[in-house]
Design a protein around this ligand. Structure first.
Ligand code: NAD
Ligand code: DAU
Length: 350
């Protein structure tokens, strides 16, 4: 049986990837390795945690000895690496944590894979899940392609660019079988409410101000997280070694337009008079070094691997709002910090 290590599987995107692989591939053994930082929440995976082909391991990828020991013991056939510090604002406040996890942690995993696989990469694969932010910022026009030069601006994107370079270096130097994908902004269920969309949903629900940085003119290209997980599945199974794929929804929104749309949906769902939620929009000091615009050209993925996004944004955003309104406990546990007890209560001694 193929044993796949998925790192960061208790986070937002990682939990969708774990769910997809556990449900779609009963012939694979899926091991979810996560440190359970503030962003890791095992309650994201309650629907699959009892499946026979799933296992959780609490570990920190910055601990090289622990990671090496784990590879020797578990004998993984492939790695899908998502564990990271992922929030740009936190990277501005504390860049070192991003270097440690995103750069050193990735290099630790690469070393362990190289050491354990010993140059025999038959049916072995190291998949690095990365971001479009490595390409920097666009002006009013243009799109990022797989050949766009790297030009990261935030400590977060600099750390992800660095880890991408290390992954490619291990392919070029040691022949490690690697693939990388660079994806645009994800949205959907289980998204930690520090990021724009879940933060705004939570604040609107609780009648709190919705902070919009600067004038809200920045543009992001939004993709439903389930479509990202499907793209990772397709790339993991079909990409040639050493390849990079861009993943995006061809779905650009100015932040202020997105928030206005969200306010309309929330008014409808909460039975509020039209225009009520929009009154909560509050323009605040801009993010330092705020990238103006991201837009992904995913032609390569669409043409070579037949992947296309499945959901229109308006429909996806409404589905997302429904999920947050229907999962009050998930949201209140996350905002109160209760979610961090889930590991101790459900997993202790397993
Ligand atoms: P997230 O912050 O929701 O989850 C990150 C997970 O990594 C958490 O479960 C956390 O506990 C775990 N983790 C952090 N440090 C760790 C460590 N030292 N050891 C082990 N586990 C650790 O992040 P996300 O939004 O789900 O992003 C997942 C990946 O996808 C990241 O690599 C990110 O760069 C990339 N990405 C995210 C987006 C997006 O829109 N969110 C878009 C493109 C790419
Ligand atoms: O592009 C992919 C990236 O998308 C991922 O690599 C990152 O891990 C992920 O966090 C996301 O980064 P962003 O910085 O684009 O996401 P965030 O939700 O933090 O912000 C989206 C936009 O909204 C951005 O232009 C900043 C703005 N913003 C954000 C917050 C949290 C606000 O205006 N107000 C806010 O309160």
């Amino acid at each position: 049986m193929k044993k796949i290590l998925i790192t960061g599987g208790a986070g937002f995107i990682g939990s969708h990837v774990v769910r997809r692989f556990v449900n779609s591939y009963p012939q694979y053994e899926i091991v979810n390795l996560d440190k359970l930082t503030y962003a890791g929440n095992l309650a994201n995976l309650t629907d699959i945690e009892s499946k026979p082909n799933y296992r959780f391991l609490k570990a920190d990828i910055t601990d090289a000895a622990e990671i090496n020991e784990l590879f020797q013991r578990e004998q993984f056939d492939a790695v899908i690496h998502l564990a990271a510090e992922s929030h740009v604002d936190r990277s501005i406040a504390d860049p070192t944590a991003f270097v440690m996890t995103n750069v050193i942690g990735t290099v630790n995993l690469l070393n362990a894979a190289r050491e354990y696989w010993k140059g025999n990469y038959d049916s072995k694969r190291f998949y690095h899940v990365s971001t479009d932010e490595v390409y920097g910022a666009l002006g009013e026009t243009g799109m990022f392609t797989e050949t766009t030069a790297y030009d990261p601006h935030s400590p977060y994107s600099a750390s992800k660019a660095s880890s991408d370079h290390f992954v490619r270096a291990y392919h070029d130097t040691y022949g490690l079988d690697v693939v990388i994908s660079n994806c645009s902004n994800n949205y959907g269920s289980h998204h930690f409410p520090e990021k724009l969309i879940p933060l705004a949903i939570n604040n609107i629900k609780n009648n709190r101000p919705v902070p919009v940085y600067g004038k809200g003119e920045n543009v992001r290209d939004w993709l439903w997280v389930v479509d990202h997980a499907r793209a990772i599945d397709v790339i993991f199974h079909q990409a040639k070694t050493g390849e990079t794929y861009n993943i995006g929804g061809h779905n650009e929104w100015k932040n202020i337009d997105l928030i206005q749309l969200l306010c309309k949906i929330m008014d409808k769902k909460l039975g509020r008079e039209a225009g009520t939620s929009a009154k909560l929009i509050t323009f605040v000091t801009d993010r330092a070094g705020h990238d103006l615009r991201y837009a992904i050209d995913s032609t390569k993925l669409q043409e070579k691997l037949n992947w296309v996004p499945s959901l229109q944004f308006e429909e996806g955003l409404e589905k997302t709002v429904d999920w947050y309104l229907e999962n009050e406990k998930w949201l209140s546990d996350v905002t109160s910090g209760n979610y961090q007890a889930y590991y101790e209560t459900q997993y202790h001694g397993r």
